[in-house]
Design a protein around this ligand. Structure first.
Ligand code: NAD
Ligand code: DAU
Length: 375
């Protein structure tokens, strides 16, 4: 593959001549039918078509085969519907597919759902991660010629808790202080991944990233929910005073960062990944309204800002997240390339062009959940 010399290095995949020459990897991607997982599957597939990609996904409400439709029929791609808590299934998959790399996305991922019902979060995020680690521990060093076995555990900045406005961003040494059942379950899974490296030498890497956004984002999360509600002329529910801050990371930048962690990361290390895009929720919603007003054809109400409605705050709502990504920049050469203005424009355009993707997701189950959260 060759690149124009003028392309900024931060825009390139994390690939060098040595890594191209490596034996193709055999990768198990858990949660590959979800939002980030499916973006990563497509990214990895386009990056190196010789690698074997096996996706394991339970297809919960958040998993969607339509997210992977363009890979159907590819000889080097296999989809398996199954649960990460199913140890015999995982052992069989690792053995039969001779997996040398696990990229672990599968999780219950929505904070509001974790407040309504934490059980599934304990099962999938803690027990599921533990089950995968146990299976990989017994599997990885039995592999004959594996250049670089790896268990990449994809986690979140929410494990660090909440920042005040004057606090420095989270670094890899910030103490864990999870505040929601979701972040507590992710923190627990991070500790297991770390412990498996220190105790058993299992080559694990942990990445903790900020809020992702982009194509295929399930419409329970802030950005897709607002885009779709604007298109439907429904209220735009902003929690509390709307002053909470998130650091927005375009999903394709995240995929590149994971690529860097896989190719150049050091087992036993943690890397923080952030977009360098801190924005208050209310400002973000207003940006989305303006973009929709500019880019959409017919809208039920213009200006869309008139749909903004302040609603009851989320229980235990973290005030601010922000990531210091200097370690992954200095050690692995990654930095984000998409500003929030560029990323939101691309995202709004994607939702406008992909009504066939999101319309079927507004199912009975989704509507019932929506009623529960907003009533
Ligand atoms: P998502 O909810 O869109 O997708 C999760 C996927 O996991 C779905 O396809 C679902 O079917 C699958 N899954 C759930 N339980 C499973 C189980 N028991 N067995 C097998 N598959 C199961 O999530 P996402 O937003 O793509 O997040 C992916 C990962 O990244 C998660 O680990 C999440 O904690 C982490 N993360 C997400 C963000 C974000 O902004 N979305 C930020 C930081 C970290
Ligand atoms: O920080 C990383 C985390 O980002 C990931 O670990 C989680 O998996 C992911 O869901 C996301 O968590 P958040 O809770 O930050 O994302 P969410 O989109 O749910 O909310 C973003 C902000 O917007 C948050 O401050 C709550 C607020 N919000 C959210 C919704 C759904 C609203 O004001 N109104 C809403 O309707």
């Amino acid at each position: 593959m060759c690149y124009e010399i003028t392309v900024r290095p931060s825009l390139l995949p994390c690939m060098d001549t040595a890594s191209i020459a490596q034996t193709p990897r055999r990768i198990l991607i858990t949660g590959g039918a979800g939002f980030i997982g499916s973006n990563f599957v497509r990214y990895w597939h386009d990056r190196d078509r010789r690698d074997r990609i096996v996706v394991l996904d339970a297809l919960t409400y958040a998993g969607n085969l339509a997210n992977l439709a363009d890979l159907e029929g590819d000889d080097n791609f296999r989809f398996v519907q199954g649960n990460i808590c199913d140890r015999p299934l995982i052992e069989k998959l690792l053995r039969k597919e001779a997996i040398d790399t696990i990229v672990h996305f599968a999780a219950e991922s929505h904070v509001d759902r974790s407040i309504l019902g934490p059980d599934a979060f304990v099962q999938t995020n803690i027990i599921g991660t533990f089950t995968l680690l146990e299976a990989f521990r017994h599997h990885w060093n039995s592999l004959p010629a594996t250049p670089r076995p790896l268990f990449l555990h994809v986690s979140t900045d929410e494990v660090y808790g909440s920042l005040n406005p004057e606090d420095p961003p989270f670094s890899e040494t910030t103490p864990y202080a999870p505040n929601s059942p979701y972040s507590a379950s992710k923190a627990s899974s991070d500790h297991f991944a770390r412990a498996y490296f220190h105790t058993y030498n299992v080559p694990t890497i942990i990445t903790n990233c900020s809020n992702n956004y982009g194509p295929y984002h399930f419409p329970e999360k802030l950005i897709p929910l607002m885009c779709i509600n604007i298109l439907l002329g429904k209220p735009l529910p902003v929690y509390g005073d709307g002053q909470n801050v998130r650091d927005w990371l375009y999903v394709k930048d995240h995929c590149r960062a994971l690529d860097c962690a896989i190719e150049r990361g050091k087992p036993g290390e943690t890397y923080n990944i952030g977009g360098n895009n801190e924005v208050k929720n209310i400002d973000l919603v207003r940006m989305l309204c303006r973009l929709m007003d500019e880019l959409a054809g017919d809208l039920p109400l213009r200006p869309s800002e008139e749909l903004i409605t302040f609603v009851k705050d989320r229980a235990g709502h973290d005030r601010r997240y922000a990531i210091d990504a200097s370690k992954i920049q200095s050690d692995l050469g990654w930095q984000p390339s998409v500003t929030v203005e560029e990323g939101l424009r691309k995202t709004v355009q994607w939702y406008l062009e992909n009504e066939d993707w999101w319309k079927p997701l507004l199912s009975e189950e989704y509507r019932a959940y929506y009623q529960k959260v907003y009533n």
